[in-house]
Design a protein around this ligand. Structure first.
Ligand code: ADP
Ligand code: MG
Ligand code: ZN
Length: 608
């Protein structure tokens, strides 16, 4: 649309230029005097006229004394007719040298034809441009079937090796094998081994799946075709399948090489589980991937890597031997890995001497590789904004919170009353967390808004945890509800500040019952089949595999958990009221409270 307007504007500018030029030309020959018809008649009658040149309706009269005049006559009427009408005698007429100059000269053409031509020209050009833009779309539609594959590995600068991927030892070990296959396929083929077709990288977002796949290509020094699963899914049915065909055609030409399908869950979802039309397309695409993977000549050395963070929704056919039979799990990095990742990303950043990446790693459980890379970047930005030449620990620590909770929003001014409520709310979380034996220690309390939270209480585990107990969960629910309980205890009223706490507590309670089998009454089983379906654009995550009666029991049990947690939190809040008040007082004064100061007020954390 914008283009169209631009084109139109250009036309009009051209049009006006022509008009101006044209009017200039029209006036150009007008050196001679302009006179009326009656003057001409009298001049003829007085025999002063030597000759007349007729050009359309324009008469150029040359007088005997050498001067020239211009006379306009009516169009359609010939000169002789006109003269006759004015009663000029034939003898007088024959004495004049009349020359007719019709349809000659550029001026004539411009003057007569251009006014008619310009609208047609404009329309013509307009149609031409319309056609062209339509054709552009058309030819793009023709390109649809080709995959928009990106090829890395040609450029040395882009090359990534295993060195650039920190941690993930097991995954790298497994992938070294893939590199071997790509580098020395003979070694394996001679022993009759079948070269694996594909490896599936599993892991939550940001754990380095894409990075690792690129590292494999870099290590093996082969081309790397990269396409995202969502790029297969287009508006038109059949496009995905044709893209798959095209992708593999290109890959086979470039063999040995790696085809990397990122976010394969976009196409590789379990077939036949949906009700919408888009599933036909996905199924076709998936089928085509399966066909291509089966159809390789075993000696063609193309290895398909795929990545997903949703292995649970993948079609089982993808996981069959001969397809993605290697599954490589990328875990969230543990403390040592986090330190290693930080080191990799700190390479190009000037860090102050006293910076301890180990301490940063300690404070960032649950951070993915991407989060850690982001953290260092934020720290660098912060340091630059403070006009520092090196990044110090301050910036790193502040960035942890920024990445975790979003940017600080100091501009959100709280009224004194709101500030007080927030202080009690957060102090409630902190105090309850502190006095419960199985919760993580409180690291920081703040009543400065951050991201979407009004204030926050940061708890961090001492080490990396891989398992959780029931009592940890129930205490966690109590901590979540502590803000609500404190507000109610102190002010006798509640605010909207506890909304997300309540939601999280309820969700956790439900999971305890339906996923972890931690409810006494409902027993050690799971409830609800986690299956993804898309119906009318809405995702339905859970399928009930239990009766209406059980649903009611689950609801009741959730309420039980919540009630117990409220009771537990309430007990601590009333018992430790003095401590709570002290924490609130400090919070009101300085807005944030670090671990050390907090522990000075509340004492050491009780052990079980
Ligand atoms: P995924 O594909 O698993 O979602 P990416 O591979 O795109 O994650 O990782 C995102 C970014 O996080 C990478 O570009 C890299 O900067 C960083 N990163 C993740 N894991 C690691 C790691 N193990 N070592 C170094 N950097 C990592
Ligand atoms: Mg990725
Ligand atoms: Zn809260």
């Amino acid at each position: 649309m914008k283009n169209l307007i631009k084109n139109l504007l250009i036309f009009f500018i051209i049009f006006f230029t022509i008009a101006v030029v044209f009017s200039y030309f029209g006036n150009a020959g007008k050196k001679s005097e302009r006179v009326g018809t009656e003057v001409l008649i009298s001049q003829i009658n007085n025999e002063k006229v030597a000759g007349i040149v007729v050009e359309g309706s324009k008469l150029t009269v040359s007088l005997k004394d050498g001067t020239k005049e211009i006379v306009k006559k009516e169009t359609g009427e010939s000169l002789s007719e006109m003269l006759k009408n004015f009663g000029v005698g034939a003898d007088k007429m024959s004495a004049i040298n009349i020359e007719v100059k019709e349809g000659e000269g550029l001026n004539f053409w411009l003057a007569n034809i251009l006014p008619f031509l310009i609208p047609f020209l404009l329309i013509g050009v307009f149609i031409y441009f319309m056609m062209r833009s339509v054709q552009g779309a058309n030819s793009k539609a023709m390109m649809f079937g080709q995959s928009q594959v990106k090829q890395f590995g040609k450029d040395e600068k882009e090359k990534i090796s295993f060195k650039d991927v920190a941690g993930a030892k097991e995954a790298k070990e497994e992938l070294k094998e893939v590199v071997e296959f790509l580098k020395h396929p003979k070694k394996f083929l001679e022993l009759g081994a079948r070269i694996p077709r594909g490896a599936l990288l599993l892991g939550s977002p940001g754990t380095g799946k894409t990075l690792l796949a690129r590292a494999v290509a870099g290590e093996a020094n082969v081309p790397f075709f990269h396409i995202s699963g969502s790029e297969f899914v287009e508006m038109f049915v059949g496009v995905g399948a044709s893209r798959v065909r095209d992708l593999f055609k290109q890959a086979k030409k470039a063999a040995p090489c790696i085809v990397f399908i990122d976010e394969i869950d976009a196409v590789g979802r379990r077939r036949g589980s949906g009700l919408g039309g888009s599933h036909d397309e996905r199924e076709q695409t998936l089928n085509q991937i399966l066909v291509e993977m089966d159809g390789f000549d075993p000696s063609v050395n193309v290895i398909v890597l795929a990545a997903t963070n949703r292995p649970d929704v993948l079609d089982p056919a993808l996981l069959r031997p001969g397809r993605f039979d290697r599954q490589i799990v990328l875990d969230e990095p543990d403390i040592a890995d986090r330190e290693a990742i930080l080191k990799v990303h700190a390479k190009k950043k000037p860090l102050a001497k006293e910076v301890s990446l180990r301490r940063v790693a300690e404070r960032t459980p649950g951070f993915s590789g991407a989060d850690l890379a982001n953290l260092l970047n934020e720290a660098a930005i912060l340091a630059a904004r403070r006009n520092k030449k090196i990044i110090e620990m301050d910036e790193l620590l502040e960035s942890i919170e920024k990445v975790m909770l979003g940017p600080e929003r100091r501009s959100r001014v709280l009224t004194e009353k709101e500030k007080k409520i927030t202080a009690y709310h957060e102090a409630g979380h902190a105090v309850v967390a502190h006095f419960l034996p199985n919760t993580d220690p409180v690291h920081k309390i703040s009543i400065i808004a951050r991201g979407r939270a009004g204030g926050y209480t940061l708890k961090l585990p001492i080490g990396d945890k891989h398992m959780h107990t029931k009592v940890e969960f129930t205490e966690e629910i109590a901590v979540l509800l502590a803000g609500y309980v404190t507000e109610k205890e102190i002010f006798g009223d509640i605010t909207t500040g506890a909304t997300s706490d309540l939601r999280r507590a309820t969700k956790l309670a439900r999971r305890l019952i339906t996923d972890f089998g931690m409810s006494e009454t409902l027993g050690p089983r799971t409830y609800g089949e986690k299956e993804e379906m898309i119906f009318l654009g809405r995702e339905i995550h859970e399928q009930r595999d239990y009766s209406e009666k059980v649903a009611e029991q689950i609801d009741k049990e959730i309420n039980n958990f919540i009630e117990n947690a409220v009771h537990q939190a309430k007990g601590i809040v009333s018992k430790e009221r003095d401590v709570l008040e002290k924490v609130v007082k400090v919070l009101m004064k300085q807005e944030t409270l670090e671990k050390e100061e907090f522990e000075k007020i509340v004492g050491a954390k009780p052990k079980e």
